[in-house]
Design a binder for this molecule. Structure first.
Ligand code: MN
Length: 250
């Protein structure tokens, strides 16, 4: 039987019942999970803790997807109007639901693979910080906002040799796409940056050596492997490793 992979949705006024609000999950996530041997399922936007706990209990893994910006007050006490104006925020229930999904998945030791916004949200859930507007708060030498080239590797990341990510990728460098406005600043306690861009920006995280002993499988990435998996085998292997972890009893 295929492991059931819970895929976090967004909400958009689109689809056959346009303009009614509908849950929205890009097909590339679902196809990447299917090709890796998993059965992807999603759920409505809800921050009901009982519904979230039930959904996690009936799933074998959690995939957190990309999306718009995260509400800044979730990780920073004071945010200027100018900084807030740079944000294009996602639905507030999505923020609340993902925080609940992450906490419950970690509590139940479910394997978690977190992509882009998901990578940032895990850091927020565990008490880490984000750059709210990357171009002004961390103007490095790398262009991280390359939406037209989202199906191509546009910048390299450098991978820590003793990491799970290095084992999956089979090397210490990986070309990635880059379509993000925000980014991880300080990784939360328990997390370790295992991939960085040339400008030092955190592009991948895992549990640190101590947290790994008591927690389930976890990997987060700032890039979008679901868009690269059909053409670049190392990105497909990220989904394969995740789905394989979801086959084990928690
Ligand atoms: Mn990037």
């Amino acid at each position: 039987m295929r492991p059931v992979i819970l895929v976090s949705p967004s909400i958009a006024a689109a689809g056959v019942e346009m303009p009614d609000p509908s849950i929205s999950v890009a097909g590339a996530y679902l196809e990447s999970v299917m090709r890796a041997g998993g059965l992807p399922v999603s759920l409505p936007l809800s921050d009901d803790p009982e519904l979230v706990a039930d959904a996690i209990a009936r799933s074998d893994g959690l995939l957190l997807t990309g999306g718009e910006d995260i509400e800044p007050i979730l990780h920073r006490a004071e945010v200027s109007d100018a900084l807030r104006a740079t944000c294009f925020l996602d639905h507030p229930v999505r923020d609340a639901m993902e925080l609940a999904l992450i906490r419950e998945a970690f509590r139940q030791r479910l394997p978690v693979f977190a992509i882009c916004r998901g990578h940032q949200m895990v850091n927020v859930a565990l008490g880490g910080s984000l750059f709210i507007d990357l171009p002004t708060e961390s103007p490095g030498g790398v262009n991280h906002n390359q939406v037209p080239r989202r199906f191509e590797a546009v910048h390299p990341i450098h991978i820590e040799p003793d990491s799970r990510l290095a084992g999956i990728v089979g090397g210490l460098q990986l070309g990635v796409n880059s379509t993000h406005h925000q980014a991880v600043n300080q990784p939360a306690s328990g997390l370790r940056a295992v991939g960085r861009a040339d400008d030092g920006l955190v592009e991948a995280m895992e549990w640190d050596i101590n947290a790994a002993k008591t927690n389930g499988w976890f990997l987060s990435v700032q890039f979008h492997p679901e868009r690269l998996a059909p053409t670049l085998p190392a990105h497909a292997r990220l989904f394969a490793a995740f789905v394989e972890a979801c086959r084990s009893p928690r």
